[in-house]
Design a protein around this ligand. Structure first.
Ligand SMILES: C[S@@+](CC[C@H](N)C(=O)[O-])C[C@H]1O[C@@H](n2cnc3c(N)ncnc32)[C@H](O)[C@@H]1O
Length: 265
């Protein structure tokens, strides 16, 4: 959990890009989760919608779906990390569409009441310390009948990896999964306190990992978090050995499923 200030983890796009590339490289299913989620957004909204994204990261969903974005939409990309807003701006510079950008935290969105038809909040609400405040902000800026689209983790995503980190860890205590807040299993109950209707959808993503070094690089990008504390950088060589040993028996299989909530005022 973070507070409402940008964290080192997201100072720039490096960690996020490494993890995204890992997931894409070893996924055994067709399609990218951002394209899957974008389909729900596009199907729900009219051709002249105003869309605001919270925690836009690298701007990936827009870059990947520029061709599927109706020309009448406005899109405002926000993130509390200035480095991420810069990264998104750079990544979308060559895209033949206009985007607006702002550095903003989910708890204080610099937009007037009722300005948006939809808010996207992908893979970020589990970082927000006081989600009630964020949900009130989202509702404030949404028009009546507006939508919140929120991708999130599943509880068992990368359980195999967390198990390997635990095996490699030399610190005290056990490594636990980071996927414990606002997951696909429990986020719906929180949303129902703020929205009239809430649907959830699952994106199944089995990974088949064949490269110990890539797994180590993924582990290197993980945040400083109390649930990971028994594992630190000095345990990376042990993690590599554990991965290499497992790979002798074939690819390391792990689930990396995601979810999407579609909530409506
Ligand atoms: C895991 S990344 C997801 C990025 C992007 N939405 C995606 O799906 O690829 C989380 C992003 O949310 C941002 N973030 C985290 N907490 C935030 C908050 N309270 N307000 C605004 N942005 C936040 C981070 O800076 C980071 O860019």
């Amino acid at each position: 959990m973070t507070d409402d200030r940008p964290v080192e983890q997201y100072a720039n796009e490096s960690n996020l890009s490494t993890r995204g590339s890992f997931n894409q490289r070893f996924s055994t299913r067709e399609g990218h989760p951002h394209d899957w989620a974008f389909g729900f957004v596009r199907d729900a909204l009219p051709g002249d919608a105003d869309v605001l994204e919270l925690g836009c990261g690298t701007g990936s969903i827009w870059r990947r779906n520029a061709d599927r974005t109706p020309p009448g939409w406005t899109a405002t990309l926000t993130d509390f990390s200035q480095g991420m807003v810069q990264a998104a701006r750079g990544n979308l510079a060559g895209v033949d569409r206009t985007f607006d950008y702002a550095t903003a935290a989910a708890a204080a969105i610099p937009v007037r009441d009722g300005a948006a038809d939809a808010v996207l909040a992908n893979m970020m609400l589990y970082h927000v310390p006081d989600r009630d405040v964020a949900f009130r902000e989202i509702n404030r800026i949404l028009r009546p009948d507006g939508y919140l689209f929120a991708m999130t983790v599943t509880r068992d995503s990368k359980a195999t990896l967390y198990g390997m980190l635990d095996e490699a860890a030399t610190g005290e205590g056990s490594v636990e999964s980071l996927n414990r807040e606002f997951t696909l299993s429990d986020g719906g109950a929180e949303l129902r306190e703020h929205f009239d209707s809430v649907e959830s959808h699952r994106f199944e993503s089995p990974l088949s990992v064949t490269d110990a070094d890539a797994l180590v690089e993924y582990a290197r990008t993980l945040p400083d978090h109390p649930r990971l504390a028994p594992f630190d950088e000095s345990d990376l060589p042990a993690l590599r050995r554990i991965a290499q040993r497992r790979l002798e028996d074939g690819p390391i299989r792990m689930r990396s499923d995601l979810g999407l909530f579609v909530a409506r005022r």
